[in-house]
Design a protein around this ligand. Structure first.
Ligand SMILES: C=C(O[C@@H]1C=C(C(=O)O)C=C[C@H]1O)C(=O)O
Length: 240
């Protein structure tokens, strides 16, 4: 299927026969993207092996004009990769691939982008994606801060609300775990319950949480944790 935007560009599903060329495109693009993107941690041979061994589990879409110019790799609701070769960036190939991904995932999808990759972030912003979560990079192999972005699909309100519901499910379990721990600690304190509230310890907790999630800010976290701890201690006093 030729696209309107870029003359002679063809978008098509990738096959196992394309995998060697896709792996080389990935390696060349990542090499060229340093320092916007951190260097790849594994050596080239390991990367080639990964592509070969995982070709079946990923969904590939290619942009080509005879040569492969870029590709998108999808896995369920995740856009795991979208790369355009170093010499063809800025010519609409990425946008064409992203439009195709949106058509494949009309209900929305997510992706991770390195915080240092300003160019990719502004590309995704221009194309309707939203930044949802900033990390310190401890979860990726490059150990480089990254950002979860989403395209909220054709029903953004429903998409984002369903994400809120998912988070709230986890939050409820975490709060229950935390309440139980606060209650357990009271049994070992000379002065348990509300009258034994320890402002210094609570400030330490807030500072640690703020370092972990800088976007929240100390002031808001302090109000949130004051309420959470207060409610846990009320529950302890009611039940004891
Ligand atoms: C659990 C304790 O009691 C209270 C509750 C806290 C909490 O839930 O983290 C922290 C300090 C105290 O105000 C404690 O002293 O550690």
């Amino acid at each position: 299927m030729p696209t309107d935007d870029v003359a002679d560009l063809v978008l098509r599903p990738g096959t196992a026969e394309d995998i060697e060329e896709i792996a080389e495109l990935f390696l060349a693009t990542r090499r060229d993207a340093v320092p916007q993107m951190p260097p790849v941690v594994s050596d080239d041979e390991k990367i080639r092996t990964w592509f070969r061994e995982n070709v079946e589990s990923q969904e590939y879409w290619l942009a080509e004009d005879g040569d492969i110019l870029g590709y998108a790799m999808l896995d369920g609701p995740w856009l795991n990769a979208l790369y355009v070769g170093p010499h063809r960036q800025g010519s609409g190939i990425g946008a064409a691939l992203l439009d195709l991904v949106k058509a494949q995932r009309p209900d929305g999808f997510g992706l991770w982008v390195f915080a240092s990759n300003d160019r990719a972030r502004s590309f995704y912003h221009r194309n309707g994606l939203i930044e949802l979560e900033h990390t310190d990079g401890s979860g990726n192999s490059e150990r480089s801060p990254d950002i979860r972005m989403v395209w909220p699909g054709q029903e953004p309100l429903a998409f984002l609300r369903s994400q809120i519901d998912e988070v709230d499910g986890e939050l409820a379990l975490l709060l229950a775990r935390r309440f139980a721990l606060t209650t357990a600690v009271q049994g070992f304190k000379e002065n348990p319950g509300q009258s034994g509230r320890d402002a210094e310890r609570e400030a330490e907790i807030v500072a640690r949480m703020a370092a972990h999630a800088p976007g929240l800010g100390v002031a808001a976290l302090s109000r949130i944790m004051h309420t959470v701890i207060g409610e846990s201690l009320d529950a302890y006093e009611r039940d004891s």
